[in-house]
Design a protein around this ligand. Structure first.
Ligand code: NAD
Length: 462
């Protein structure tokens, strides 16, 4: 795999300040596919200075011109779609079809949506005797995870650039190669020097330096709750703006009137996709007692179909973590009906598609984000019980409701404490706000709501 040995700063690839590197491993076969520099506080400082220097020019650039650069960036990504898919397959281990259909295609769609929004958004509005200007927040420090490595970068960089902000990205250490490809595309799209900068490296070193840098005005982070808490505390101490996307434990609520087979099959597919490494995955399936045994049969059959079709999880560490959760589920009394903790292959960080029955709401596997191909099936006695269970975690990112009647599903969904709900299998919408209630985070990504995160207002009174 192609790998740059420098940082993309101020419009070019610059040598890193230190000599350390991060190895990139293909989780499917455990082979090293590349090495990238491990950034230090010095690299972060150079990147933030470049972003600060570029801010006055980019923020004053007419929205139509910013839109033109984003459209060019969309085209540059599209021209690289095949290379993007191959790179994500190599560093994340996702099957080629998923890499093409999701890891490459979704960021292109999101970039396209921001090219349009930059051109059409009302950056100025009239409110009574005031004119309100929507201005860029400033320099953005973006820290991203590995699960959808390019999407997570684009979901931050596209709205930030559309708003007129400049950006420094610190991508996940497991998946930095697609981030470097993105920097190449930015360059090719003619985005001015310093507007986008990339520093690869480790979270506690490069990531932390970015969060703490006084030249950063807003930190946008996606990843674990533990790191999110640290970042929010550091940003709070410096009165920096912060956006956090911290994952979830979403409920798939199947009401008795639903098409049970469809709801279970789509639900299992949702959890197994991307090997379970999706923050909005419906990892808790809630089924009425009267249909519970039938649902278990369907879920076990559906999970078995994924046996050798899903890719590995991202790393040996993640594999150990997921297997640890499966063991904990067994120890706490849940019943395995598919999969289990044993590694299904000798080589590669694979985890068997796993389904647990007899899961109760207080169990660890019903409360904590596992981030692997593990589904918990819970039973409920009536709608109030289902709602209590659905809302009974610290998270509130996503969810699903199935019912024979759409209005019945909507009525239930409106009582769920969560940021997104798919009604009877509704499709992902890259323009709908994505983000969490409760500990799933602060702020929203995607669409016009995602753009607003990177804007602040100045009102002039007349
Ligand atoms: P993480 O939170 O450690 O890493 C996410 C990003 O934060 C990476 O770029 C990392 O380098 C950076 N980072 C780590 N420590 C940092 C620090 N002190 N300061 C600044 N940046 C720092 O996530 P992980 O270890 O890769 O995954 C652990 C768990 O997090 C997963 O099992 C999963 O439950 C959750 N997760 C959630 C999402 C999501 O989309 N919400 C994505 C990935 C992981």
């Amino acid at each position: 795999m192609k790998a740059h040995d420098g940082m993309y700063i101020d419009g070019g690839w610059r040598p890193a300040a230190g000599g350390d590197t991060v190895e990139v491993v293909n989780p499917a076969d455990e082979q090293i596919v590349g090495r990238v520099p491990a950034g230090t506080a010095e690299d972060v400082d150079a990147a933030v200075r470049a972003a600060r220097a570029a801010l006055p020019g980019w923020s004053a650039t007419a929205p139509a011109e910013r839109a033109a650069r984003l459209a060019a960036l969309r085209d540059a990504l599209e021209a690289r779609a095949e290379e993007i898919a191959e790179t994500v397959t190599a560093e994340l281990g996702s099957p080629p079809k998923l890499s093409q259909a999701v890891h490459a295609a979704v960021p292109i769609a999101v970039m396209g949506s921001y090219a349009e929004l930059a051109a059409t958004y009302a950056f100025e509005e009239k409110v009574g005797n005031s004119v309100v200007h929507h201005e860029p927040v400033g320099v953005v420090g973006a820290i991203t995870p590995w699960n959808y490595p390019l999407h997570q970068i684009v979901a931050k960089v596209a709205p930030a650039l559309a708003a007129g902000c400049t950006v420094v990205v610190k991508p996940a250490e497991d998946t930095p190669l697609v981030a470097q490809l993105f920097a190449e595309a930015v360059h090719e799209a003619g985005v001015p020097a310093g507007v986008f900068n990339l520093v690869t490296g480790l979270g506690p070193v490069a990531g932390q330096a970015l969060v703490e840098h006084p030249g950063v005005d807003l930190v946008s982070f996606t990843g674990s709750t533990a790191v999110g808490q640290k970042i929010a505390a550091a940003a709070g101490a410096a009165i920096k703006k912060v956006a956090l996307e911290l994952g979830g434990k979403s409920a798939n609520v199947i009401l008795p009137s639903a098409d049970l087979a469809r709801a279970v099959n789509v639900g299992v597919a949702n959890v197994m996709s991307n090997s379970g490494q999706t923050c909005s995955a419906w990892t808790r399936m809630l089924v009425h007692t009267s249909q519970y045994e039938e649902a278990l049969g369907l879920a076990a059959t559906a999970a078995a179909k994924y046996g050798d079709r899903i890719g590995p999880v991202v790393s040996a560490r993640q594999q150990a973590r997921v297997r640890g959760y499966i063991e904990k589920g067994i120890a706490e009394g849940a019943r395995l009906i598919a999969g289990g903790p044993e590694a299904p292959r000798e080589r590669g960080y694979f985890v068997s598609p796993t389904v647990f029955a007899d899961v109760t709401p207080d169990m660890t596997i019903a409360q904590e984000e596992i981030f692997g191909p593990v589904l918990s099936v819970l039973r409920y006695t009536d709608e109030e019980d289902a709602l209590r269970i659905a809302n009974g975690t610290v998270y509130g990112l996503a969810g699903a409701v199935w019912a024979g009647d759409e209005a019945e599903a909507v009525a239930f969904a409106r009582r769920m404490e969560t940021g997104q709900v798919d009604i009877n299998g509704g499709r992902f919408n890259p323009r709908a706000p994505f983000g969490g209630y409760k500990q799933s985070g602060v702020g929203r990504e995607l669409g016009v709501h995602g753009l607003a995160e990177y804007l602040q207002t100045q009102s002039l009174q007349f």
